[in-house]
Design a protein around this ligand. Structure first.
Ligand SMILES: N[C@@H](CCC[C@H](N)C(=O)O)C(=O)O
Length: 268
């Protein structure tokens, strides 16, 4: 069976996106893992199936590179919307799309060429001052679980080593966690590097991580603005905007098509 796919990059977080509105494609976790493996597969941080929804523009099924269903992916959601826009899936109105993912409704807007804004869930479960692996950690859930560590020299951090150790602290995070290292760069900006659960290494960007970093930094008084520029490992910038009560939270930034192709299921 030949399957066509589109590869998109959301600020460097890359995804294989497949139109499965006909529900004809069934991939096992092992096949998805092989497809996402760099050098021997297509290579990606995750694979997204765009499926039909009775209520919204579409339904997003997000799998991490390990092949398993992930929790919310902010950059994946923005890429899914850009993909829907390019293949002509009807918008809710104008440039506004709605979709469902993990049982939640999301609203998003295609702002212009290769730029998508996504309304995120209100954060939950703020935790402060956890002592983990010799680091002072903070944690919250922005649709995906995130640990946060403040660092003065972000370039010097061994993100894979430290991130992996904290990601596996199931005594604090029963389902594991994504791990973010943050350097505050101004009252309205920060730099971010993320170790992603399910990819099991540093990725070039993480949307729910950028939101977690901005919200926690504002809550702790490290960032004064409610519009925060987040520079990620790829060098791209994501923007996080929110109100003081943090029940209106938006993530904006680049979402680009970087490749189109096809593969046969039998090859994987
Ligand atoms: N890349 C993501 C986060 C994806 C979810 C995650 N790796 C998990 O299941 O923990 C983003 O852009 O938010």
């Amino acid at each position: 069976m030949k399957i066509t796919f589109t590869k998109l990059s959301g600020a460097g977080n890359d995804f294989i996106v497949i139109d499965n509105r006909a529900l004809a494609i069934h991939l096992t976790p092992l096949q998805i893992n092989k497809l996402c493996t760099r050098r021997t597969g297509i290579g990606a941080d995750g694979l997204i199936l765009i499926e039909p929804s009775a209520t919204f523009s579409f339904s997003m099924k997000y799998h991490n590179a390990d092949g398993f269903l992930g929790s919310m992916c902010g950059n994946g959601g923005r890429c899914a919307v850009y993909f829907a826009f390019t293949i002509g899936i009807p918008a809710a109105s104008g440039n506004a799309y709605t979709f469902e993912a993990n049982g939640n409704r999301y609203d998003a807007w295609v702002l212009g060429e290769e730029n998508v804004k996504l309304k995120m869930l209100a954060p939950q479960g703020f935790k402060e001052n956890l002592d983990l692996e010799g680091e002072q950690c903070f944690a919250l859930n922005t649709g995906s679980p995130h640990a946060i560590i403040y660092i003065s020299d972000l370039d010097a951090v061994d993100v894979n080593k430290k991130g992996s150790a904290i990601r596996h602290r199931t005594d604090f995070f029963p389902d594991g966690t994504n791990v973010n290292f943050i350097e505050i760069t101004s009252p309205n900006s920060l730099a971010l590097r993320t170790f992603e659960r399910g990819v099991e290494e540093e990725t070039l960007a993480c949307g729910t991580g950028a939101v977690a970093a901005a919200l926690m930094s504002h809550k702790l008084g490290k960032i004064s603005s409610t519009t925060v520029q987040v520079t990620v490992k790829s060098g791209d910038t994501l923007e996080v905007e929110f109100n003081e009560s943090m029940d209106e939270v938006f993530l904006s930034g680049p979402a680009k098509i970087i490749y189109e192709g096809s593969f046969t299921i039998e090859g994987f």
